[in-house]
Design a protein around this ligand. Structure first.
Ligand code: NAP
Length: 517
């Protein structure tokens, strides 16, 4: 067992944790470590290696603004290329020197006396301890696989594979396969499996809206231009970003304006499926945008294949050999693929982070709902910054944009706490409450609230606590500077300092709380 102390500990080496590490290095902070239970950088893009895994945000936008990649091979990138990109960026910034891979953080607890976070983690089968002044949580919302709560699940004797824990050694050729789920992961897996399996049953609980995917390889002349024409990539990126913001406006303020998207989806169904009954079965019954809008050209034609059956009767139970639906039909299979998503609002990670009053994030959020101030700081959890925390999720554009907004906030946090000798910050409850009331107000008109669907954007109270409503540039504006006046702060020599007294004279007044309030 070892113990060591650092200024900052980052958990997670995906887009957000790596981005934080790069920004800290650029700020001259060298005393930090990055812990991840995996063996390299990439987070969700390292872990999701299922066949067909790809991003549905165009390549030019789905990258760091400070590390544009002129060499993307396709208009939408696939998992291996994104994974390679993330590791190349990490290498370029020499972040590997700070990484403790293979480290599974079991518990992080705020020690009020020491004014530090104490982390317990396992590495190479041994227990270790680490203390840090600041803890950055970059574990991402899509890291803990959700297994379906179906009777008999544990009784099944065949193979079970979750989309995010794919067994790349398993050969699906000629097998009888069941796929549970029709979300973003399933619609990429099923067309690939459909090419090799003997027979596949696809269990659909809720039909999703799926628009065509405008994916193509880039020509070498395009890659040349991305590299050599100044501003070209940034301009394309800006164009994609702006278009997506229009969609965000529709989702938040005027769901009826999304009718053209619905028409596009219906045309996709019509084009991909010949059988009228099957067309009907895959047509969603909720407003487009209420759940994530998916992109695929292959999903519907695959469902129309002879070796594929879409099963819409609810699953009653799983037996030792297969799946039985509510109508009593039993379908035996060799393997069950569970593409059933992630623990987002109920992640087990929340149990392991314990704040100043001895309560875990899970306990506080169970009582109060999943909330943070600007998606980043939670009252009662001093010096803890969450990346992609509550109310930062998106269904329409790049999460990397949100991450980079939070990285601006982190950089200014570092600058201000250093400049003023601040050792402890805790966001004020009233500031956090006002911020979240603003979010909920903005959500009232949104498709996520009014679209008639159940989604993983909602927490156990039925509140949308995952998503950022409205324009993402509002979030960028609100996270531009670390607004000390929203925090209770302490310095080393003075246990409690009124925030205003450490506010710099040239600082802009605090920005409005909430999104558009
Ligand atoms: P998901 O969107 O949560 O979809 C889970 C699917 O499993 C849904 O169809 C759900 O049905 C079904 N399901 C869950 N429990 C079930 C049960 N007990 N019985 C029957 N069906 C059940 O998960 P995901 O597809 O892994 O995607 C998660 C998120 O990852 C996406 O929203 C996206 O943000 C991200 N992602 C992105 C990409 C991309 O960029 N292309 C690809 C993959 C994932 P209901 O709809 O009825 O709940």
């Amino acid at each position: 067992m070892t113990t060591h102390d650092v200024e900052i500990a980052i958990i997670g080496a995906g887009f957000s944790g790596l981005g934080a590490a790069i920004k800290l290095s650029q700020e001259g902070v060298d005393d930090y470590v990055l812990l991840d239970r995996g063996q390299d950088f990439g987070g969700t893009w390292r872990d999701n290696v299922y066949p067909g895994a790809a991003c549905d945000v165009p390549s030019h936008l789905y990258s760091y603004s400070f590390a544009l990649n002129p060499e993307w091979s396709r208009s939408y990138s696939h998992q291996p290329e994104i994974h390679r990109y993330i590791n190349a960026v990490a290498d370029e910034h020499r972040i590997g020197e700070h990484a403790l891979f293979g480290s599974d953080v079991r518990r992080a607890e705020w020690d009020e006396t020491a004014g530090r976070w104490k982390l317990d983690y396992e590495r190479d089968g041994e227990s270790h301890t680490l203390t840090a002044r600041t803890l950055i949580g970059g574990v991402g919302p899509l890291c803990e696989p959700n297994l379906p709560d179906i009777e008999g699940f544990g009784d099944y004797r065949g193979k079970i594979v979750h989309s995010a824990r794919w067994d790349t050694d398993y050969d699906f050729t000629g097998k009888r396969v069941a796929v549970i789920g029709t979300g973003a992961s399933a619609i990429q897996i099923v067309p690939q499996l459909g090419k090799v399996v003997g027979h596949m049953d696809v269990y659909q609980r809720t039909a999703p809206w799926i628009i065509p995917r405008n994916e193509r390889p880039y020509l070498s002349v395009e890659n040349w231009a991305f590299k050599n024409v100044p501003g070209l990539q940034a301009a394309i990126r800006g164009g994609i970003y702006s278009f997506n913001e229009v969609v965000a406006a529709g989702m938040t303020y005027a769901p009826k304006a999304l009718k053209p998207v619905e028409a596009l989806s219906r045309a996709n169904i019509f084009r991909g499926i010949r059988d009228p009954e099957l067309r009907k079965a895959v047509t969603p019954r909720f407003a487009v945008g209420c759940k994530r809008i998916l992109k695929s050209n292959e999903w519907y034609p695959t469902l129309d294949q002879d070796n594929v059956e879409l099963v819409t009767d609810g699953i009653d139970r799983i037996t030792e050999t297969g799946i039985v639906t509510a109508d009593g039909t039993a379908r035996d299979v060799d393997v069950i693929v569970v593409a059933t998503g992630f623990h987002v609002t109920d992640s087990p990670v929340f149990d392991t982070i314990v704040g100043a009053n001895g309560e875990s994030l899970a306990q506080v959020w169970e009582r109060e709902g999943m909330q943070a101030y600007k998606g980043s700081f939670v009252h009662g959890f001093p010096n803890l910054m969450l990346l992609i925390g509550p109310s930062t999720g998106l269904g329409h554009t790049s999460m990397v944009y949100m991450i980079e907004s939070q990285l601006n906030y982190l950089v200014d946090y570092v600058r201000k706490t250093r400049a003023h000798g601040i050792t402890r910050v805790d966001v004020r409850k009233d500031a956090q409450d006002r911020f979240n009331a603003g979010i909920q107000r903005t959500l009232r008109s949104s498709v996520w609230v009014n679209g008639g669907c159940a989604s993983w954007y909602k927490d156990h109270n039925g509140d949308i606590t995952v998503l950022w409503p409205g324009f993402t540039f509002n979030f960028r504006n609100q996270t531009r500077s670390f607004d000390l006046d929203a925090y209770d702060v302490r310095t080393a020599d003075r246990p409690a300092v009124v925030a205003e007294s450490v506010q710099t004279a040239d600082e802009a007044p605090a920005e409005p709380i909430g999104t558009d309030a």
